[in-house]
Ligand binder design. Sequence first.
Ligand code: C6P
Length: 405
Amino acid sequence: MNAAEIRELFPILGQRVHNYPLVYLDSAASAQKPIQVIEAVRQYYECDNANVHRGVHTLGIRATEAYEESRVAVAHFIGASSEREIVFTRGATTALNLVASSYAQTVCGEGDEIVLSEMEHHSNLIPWQQVAKATGAVLKYIPLQSDGTFSIEDVEKTVTNRTKVVTVSHVSNVLGIANPVKQMADIAHKKGAVLVVDGAQSAPHLKVDVRELDCDFYVISGHKMCAPTGIGVLYGRKALLEQMEPIEFGGEMMDHVGLQKATWKEAPWKFEGGTPIIAGAIGLRMAIRFLEQIGLDEIAEHDRQLTRYAEEQMREIDQLTIYGPSDGRVGLITFNLDQVHAHDVATVLDTYGVAIRSGHHCCQLLMRHLDVGSTARASFYLYNTEADVDQLLFALKKTKEYFKE
Ligand code: C6P
């Protein structure tokens, strides 16, 4: 794949920021959108806009077909057995809250366990704290090693017969490493627990196959993989989605409505009450087509190589600390420069046109474990080139000089 050519398909990347060509290294927060996705959303609004699953007129039928075709595309993209295992949500956060509220709150009781690690993003942490508060379940943490990772032996020791849910990020948004999801699924299943995987950072970069991973739930954020904001996915095994109750009630999720009670549609539609995120789903379908045409394996290899190229050079910069192990880094590098606050690093980099993220990255527990208040993070995607990395390196050196003075 040719990243320089791919970059041309992203109109936003053609601009200059502070008189430098924009170098966008914040895709882990939100990826940019190729012209195909922008056009697909425009085309929907210009030609097909109507509500779905309601109107019998032509536009209604077109919109419904496009929306449901997106579900099929997502199912294929992540290797689900059926599109009926795909629930559209607002993002990874909403999807995780759905599993926590609808599944975990029902199966967990006093003294049951939810196993997770301090590496988790707040979106895969706070919903479980809420389940624990509501049910009397306890949160058990897999101990982290000094570099922030955990061992499979420690997962084995932490999961017990009282464990109902094991949850983990497929790829950490701070360390950038991939966790051993398949092995964790085996451990969870042996104890009768389910495995919930937060795929927000993995689906953009890696070929995901939920059946191969053998996970029970998998969540995705569309906006991190070139789709619009406001669309996400909850994959759930069919049998589990069938047993779960909806958590939002209203239009189009119901079957029969009486004076005192109502019944629901089947999964996944029972979870999509109200007017769904139609344009988002259509944008997501185009984003998937775009990524598949380039090839997920090619994207993964490009991101790996570029990250390695960046890391090798960043390690040459005196007093620059990189967090997490070097091996298996998927598209991002989290670091601190000397004693300079990460927000200051990000602010100075911006003056050279380089956009990175700084702060706690919604991972306060991991920050505490790493003994830092905040970190800077450069994240790479299919449109980034070695020239982008070179500009980052140039700007980092300038930042260092600036704070020395
Ligand atoms: N992480 C980052 O800069 P939403 O906001 O629902 O699209 O995704 C939440 C989420 C869940 N899990 C992981 C591992 C994530 O990285 C994120 C989003 C962004 O790291 C924004 S905080």
